[in-house]
Design a protein around this ligand. Structure first.
Ligand code: ADP
Length: 297
């Protein structure tokens, strides 16, 4: 059952059309990712969904547990570049944010237990590590017992262990029935966490589905990747179609690994001495590159 429905959403900043009429639905209790490169319109969408920014066209509707359209549910949010009172301790922050709401705050100390940060209750926020601050920010977003949580790039710039902890925390919130909507430019984060993913590119929503279905829909079997110490240019791949280039890696998809392919790859390797070649089953990563990067050959 849907909890939020977005139809034809548009937003313009000056002459930048940041959202070109995007539509999607978020199901009650699901983890929903908005995945896209920087500048594709993720944060703008999140801000509009939260009512923090006006849109120019289209609509956002909210639905209750019976499927009736109604007011916005209780929400919690964590943005990038969060600002908290750095000199307050974790327990003071919990108390402070709790008191901003009329209802008594729910006991959120169990979340602190879960992420092993209970011993930080008396530590000033400013003295926590970046990863600890982010975990506390997520926990603080729970003080009003929200139905829907919004996270803007929840594990951006955090080290891999902290990222895994944050993913666990988000999964735990889902298991408690909360709906989670997050933006990310990390494909692995969308693939690991989300039930469904919307891929945004330049203000347009290209596809919304589960990671598995997105891969199937693009009918990708295998992805071949090449990188070179000395880039010989995209012309090297002109016998293949739909070649993309991102982060120093050329990639394209093939239906089968056969003799013709191996011969073509061997010729390219002999001539251009790649530093790396890989052939693997297609993943959300390869579909994402295909959707969001221009063709180079
Ligand atoms: P993302 O979150 O995917 O990086 P954003 O929603 O932040 O994308 O930005 C989408 C587009 O809108 C970008 O071209 C960005 O430069 C532009 N933009 C975002 N916020 C503003 C703003 N406050 N004023 C002008 N342009 C903006």
């Amino acid at each position: 059952m849907k909890i939020i429905s977005v139809t034809g959403l548009q937003k313009k900043y000056g002459n930048v059309q940041a959202l070109k009429g995007i539509s999607f639905e978020v199901g009650r209790g699901e983890i929903f990712a908005m995945l896209g490169p920087n500048g594709s319109g993720k944060t703008t969408t999140l801000e509009i969904l939260l009512g923090l920014r006006r849109h120019d066209g289209g609509k956002v509707e909210h639905f209750d547990a019976k499927g009736q359209a109604g007011p916005m549910p209780r929400v919690g949010a964590v943005f990038q570049g969060r600002v908290y009172y750095e000199s307050l301790t974790v327990s003071e922050l919990i108390k402070y944010y709790g008191e901003l709401y009329r209802a008594p705050p729910p006991d959120i100390s169990r979340y602190l237990d879960m992420v092993n940060l209970k011993e930080k209750l008396d530590t000033q926020y400013g003295n926590l590590s970046g990863g600890q601050q982010q975990q506390i920010a997520i926990i603080l977003a729970l003080v009003n017992d929200p139905e829907v949580l919004f996270f803007d790039e929840p594990s951006n710039a955090l080290d891999p262990q902290v990222r895994l902890k944050i993913w666990d925390l988000i999964r735990k919130l889902k298991s408690e029935g909360k709906t989670i909507i997050f933006t990310t430019h990390y494909i692995e984060e969308a693939e690991a966490l989300a039930d469904r993913v919307s891929i945004l590119s330049k203000g347009e929503l290209v596809i919304t589905d589960s990671p598995g279905n997105i891969i199937k829909k693009y009918n990708e079997n295998y992805t071949v990747e090449f990188s070179f110490e000395k880039d010989a240019g995209a012309g090297v791949f002109n016998r293949f179609s739909d070649v993309r280039f991102r982060d120093g890696i050329y990639s394209f998809s093939v239906d089968a690994i056969d003799g013709d392919l191996m011969q073509a790859l061997t010729e390219i390797s002999d001539k251009h001495k790649p530093s790396r070649i890989s052939i693997g089953k297609s993943s959300l990563q390869s579909v994402f590159v295909k959707i969001t990067e221009e063709k180079v050959a």
